[in-house]
Design a protein around this ligand. Structure first.
Ligand SMILES: Nc1ncnc2c1ncn2[C@@H]1O[C@H](COP(=O)(O)OP(=O)(O)O)[C@@H](O)[C@H]1O
Ligand SMILES: CC(C)(COP(=O)(O)O)[C@@H](O)C(=O)NCCC(=O)O
Ligand SMILES: [K+]
Length: 259
């Protein structure tokens, strides 16, 4: 079985792929001090709790935080006796190489989203990922990542508002009942929710105009389903897109003898 690890700047997600389906998905906060042993204590406790028959033979890692990769490699080696493939490293083949400015280190999460989305939908796509940052990944006709947009994440923007303004409280992201807020919290929620709806709609439209071919828009990441309520933003929402991309890249490496 394959253990897929997607480490973002906020959360690290583990998912076990049995070749047909994901058996479980475990989420922990991303902390660069966490050791291989700490990962295992957390992982094995939950696996046992859920009664998952997990016989891990392979591990694939995508991490937007370079510092955590060392301990995740040790974790794979010590507890599963396997050498993981790490997306973005030379050892990991990609179905399509990105076409970006020379010297650009594209976020591995974006390469993985690209591979996952192309596998499901073919080319000419915009993938919108609501993570710590809100990213737009443009997938060309042939499946290559050709660039995109990086905007501040939804929670990051709310947090910045709270930190910078003495009278603004900490609030949760939610869809407010109206655009015109009649109290402070409602005003902030409106600014964030409708602000991001406008951002996603506007940027998607501008990408489409620049790209000049019909494109599908796919939403993913923790908050995508909330923004799906902002009608017509996405053609589809796929919460498991990054995990699916990891299985696609793993299979590609296996087929091409890189494992
Ligand atoms: N279902 C959810 N509802 C509300 N907030 C969420 C949900 N899932 C994730 N978040 C928040 O969205 C932000 C991005 O989360 P995540 O997608 O895990 O980011 P990353 O991949 O960058 O680690 C975090 O601040 C997280 O707390
Ligand atoms: C843009 C990101 C911070 C998004 O990370 P996330 O929100 O998933 O934690 C990450 O993809 C990254 O560090 N990218 C490197 C720069 C680039 O992709 O061009
Ligand atoms: K992400």
């Amino acid at each position: 079985m394959l253990l897929c690890i997607d480490c973002g700047n906020t959360n690290t997600v583990f998912s076990i792929w049995d070749g047909t389906q994901f058996l479980c998905t475990l989420r922990t906060s991303t902390e660069h001090q966490r050791t291989a042993d700490q990962y295992y204590v957390w992982y094995s406790t939950l696996i046992e709790h859920h009664g998952i028959p997990a016989d891990i033979t392979d591990v694939i890692i995508s991490s937007t935080v370079p510092r955590v990769v060392f301990n995740l490699r040790v974790f794979a080696d010590r507890y599963f006796n396997t050498r993981p493939i790490v997306v973005g490293k030379a050892e990991c083949l990609l179905p399509h190489d990105p076409r970006v400015d020379e010297g650009t280190a594209v976020g591995p999460d974006r390469l993985v989203n690209t591979a996952g989305a192309f596998d499901r939908h073919g080319g000419n796509l915009i993938v919108v990922d609501f993570g710590t940052a809100t990213t737009f990944d443009v997938v060309a006709e042939d499946g290559a990542y050709i660039g995109g947009v990086i905007a501040p994440g939804v929670n990051l923007s709310l947090e910045a508002l709270h930190m910078a303004a003495a009278a603004l409280p900490h609030v949760d992201v939610t869809k407010p009942p109206a655009v015109i807020g009649t109290n402070t919290v409602a005003c902030m929620q409106s600014g964030i929710f409708w602000g991001y709806v406008g951002l996603v709609r506007g940027i998607s439209e501008q990408i489409r105009a620049e790209y000049d071919k019909p494109m599908k828009v796919i939403g993913t990441g923790g908050l995508a389903s909330l923004f799906a309520q902002g009608d017509g933003l996405f053609d589809t929402i796929e919460d498991d897109l990054t995990m699916h991309g990891l299985t696609v890249i793993h299979a590609y490496n296996e087929e091409n003898g890189a494992l």
